[in-house]
Structures are given as structure tokens and as C-alpha cells.
Design a protein around this ligand. Sequence first.
Ligand SMILES: Nc1ncnc2c1ncn2[C@@H]1O[C@H](COP(=O)(O)OP(=O)(O)OP(=O)(O)O)[C@@H](O)[C@H]1O
Ligand SMILES: [Mg+2]
Length: 426
Amino acid sequence: MTEGQRAEASDGSRVYQAGRDVIVNQPAPAPPAPPVWNLPPRNPNFTGREDVLARIHEGLSTSVVSVHSLHGLGGVGKSQTAIEYAYRHRAEYQWAYWIPAEQPELIPDHFERLKAALGLPATADLRSVLSAEPGWLLIFDNAERPGDVHEHLPVGGHVLVTTRNTGFGGLGRTVELDALSRPESVDFLRGRVPATTAEQADRLADVLGDLPLGLAQAAAYLEETALPVEEYLTLLDTHESALLAEGDVPGYPHTVATVWGLSLQRVARQEPVAVAGALISAYLAPDDIPLEPLRQAIRQDDPRFADATADPVRWMRAIGLLVKYGLVRRTGDTISMHRLLQAALRSLPERMGRDRHAFAKSALLVSFYNLTDTTLPPMSHLLAALSYTRFAGGQAVEVYRKSAEHAAKLYGPDHALTRRLRRLTE
Ligand SMILES: Nc1ncnc2c1ncn2[C@@H]1O[C@H](COP(=O)(O)OP(=O)(O)OP(=O)(O)O)[C@@H](O)[C@H]1O
Ligand SMILES: [Mg+2]
């Protein structure tokens, strides 16, 4: 997703999302979007979390502590809560900026983009500008280690950090996010699927451990198929997923894997190329996956999908199916896939007797195509795809050499990333 598209999506325009295209609802009267605002679109189905949102606001606005970390399991709703916080309080900020922090070597690049978005000259010292002009919100999403963020922390504004890991207490306050409460889960399910009774919603929430990610997936399936909830519950209970099995998502109720498996099977029956697209996407960074390079990579690598990928309209319809089943979210000409679904999908090829490196290599191809699009964060997909790919001998050297060349062009020959890639070729 480009910043322009994000700004557009966040401004009440059309967002492609599970089950239907929706218009993002905003509380009335809607404050105007700050000029610099690259957050993902607001979730119109956001439910609950009032206590956490209030605690964050209270902490950020009344205490001297200006950093809040949201900590919890994958899929529990940390990123969503951070996004919701920003939209609720957007009138209080001059601007807000979203920084994917999972790949710490790319954080400086995001700051360079922020500098450009703020209209500052390349020579400006961003930190001193930020501390001189408070009233901003920075969100570091999915930080791995406190040090990755600490190194870049500006002062003067508000900072939210989302992380699956502990140990962020040293940066400021930490809020622990748990699964939704049962009434919240029931509210969410009945809001999305009105035919659900309170008792059915309660049972469904129970088998999904109240995990928002699983609830959202189940709701998308029910919305799309109009299957009665009772039948879905029976399916979950009896289904031996040929795709994803118990233990694929460690630490989660196995039904979370089953809900994905059921959705993937429906998509596979209607348009197998969509599943191929999803499998390759699992080896890329989770956000801003560019659709056109994905189509081209499948076209080049997999002759079985020659017809499906030759026709861009059919390809977009296939992607539309993934969106309808809540497996990806689409904004403009990119999609996002939840990182937990990515992890589950990466465990698939082996079970199917397929070579996972084939998918990882296609992902690498996508990331190379993607490098020509200067509107997207350039190296995130390449770094992700490289981390999942094992090449033998000369082939590896060639891939790393090409990657290092790209990095040198984008960041200069002495950038840490360029040097790291170059070392791999030695
Ligand atoms: N409060 C909520 N109301 C409705 N849906 C929610 C809520 N919180 C999360 N979700 C749903 O759950 C999904 C996962 O949430 P989110 O991406 O915020 O998890 P996360 O904790 O950031 O996970 P990760 O650590 O893997 O990044 C969202 O895409 C959304 O569909
Ligand atoms: Mg997240």
C-alpha cells in the first residue's frame, strides 16, 4: 500500500475487506485527516478494548511517560488496538506515522520517508525537529527487541509500540493485551453475522479461545458462505483439515488453524491460483504485497496457472476471493496477510509433498519485480524472501549479488544492508 493509498483509505473511502467492500465509518463529526498519516485503514468492525484504549490515552496524555508498549500473543489485536487508538484521537495529533519495525534495518529508511513526508530537507536532523514540535504520534509495529526501537526513539511526542515479546518495560509503560472478553467476542460475532444467536456466538468464541484473529476469520467465512452457524460449528468439530492441522500454529487453539483450512479449501475449489498466490505471499513481508508482481511471478514459475494469470481480470477475481474469505486484506494494488497465517501457510508445502523453496523462490522473484516500484518500502519483501530461501552454491551467490546491487542503488554502497548482502556473496 502506498502512503497516498493509505491516506485515501484512511479518509473514509473504499476499503477492500473480508466479506465485502466497506466504507470506513468515522465518528461524527469526522476530524480532517492530518496531512501526514500513513496508518492502515481503520477496522469498521473493531469491538471492545475500551479499558485498554482509555489506559493508553490516560498514560500518554497525563504522565511524563510518552512511550506505551502493547504486548501480547500474535493475533490478539495489538496492531488493531494501536490503529483504533490513533483514529479515535487523530484530532489531538498534528500527524501520525506507522513504522513497521519487524525488520529493524529498515527503520532508518522509514524515518527518511517520514522526513520527506513532512517536507523536511534531506539534511535536516529529524530528532531535533520532532523534539522541538510535539503533537505527533509514532507507532512502531511489531518490534522484536526493545533496542531496535530505543535506538530511534525521538522525544516530544507520543510513541506506541506493538510487540509479541516481553522486556519493553524499560521504554515506558506496558499494557498487556489478552484475548477478548467473552461479551466482546459475542458482540463482535453478532455484529458481523447478525443471524447468530448469543448462545451460538458463545460456543464459537469458546472453540476459538476468544482470539480476535480466529473470530474474524470465522466471521468472514460465515458472511461469505451464509452457512448456518450450527453447521459451521459441526464442521469445525469434525473437520480433519487436509491443509492445516493441529500444532501448525503453536500455542493457539487448533481450531484457529482449522478455520483457515476451511476457508482455504473453499477458495481452492473455486480458484486454485488464489491459493498459489497466498502460498507465495507467506514468504514475503506481511504488508504491501504487490499484486501485479505476484501475478507475474506465478505466470513465470507455474505453467499450471498460465491461463489464470494471463488474464488480469481473472487474477483480480481470484484475489477478491481471498479478500472475501478474510485471508488477505486488499488496499489498492497491494494486499496484506496476517503474519500468523503466513507462518501457518509456510508449514504447508512439506505436508503437501511440495518443495517449500519453490514458493520462496517465487517470492524472491516478486520482491525483485517489486524493487522497481519506488512507491513501496523497497527492501522489506526482499529481506523476508531471502530469510526463507536456501540456495545452493553459485545460484546463491548470484541472488545475493543481485540483491546487493539493488541495495547499493537504493541506499548507497556503505549502507549496513548493502554490506550485509555483499558479505553473503563472499
Ligand atoms: N478489537 C477487535 N475487534 C475486531 N476485530 C479485531 C480486534 N482486534 C483484532 N481483530 C481482528 O484480529 C486480527 C488480528 O489482529 P492484529 O493484527 O491486531 O493482531 P496482533 O496482535 O497485532 O498480531 P501479531 O502479533 O501477529 O502482529 C485483525 O486483522 C482483526 O481482523
Ligand atoms: Mg500486529
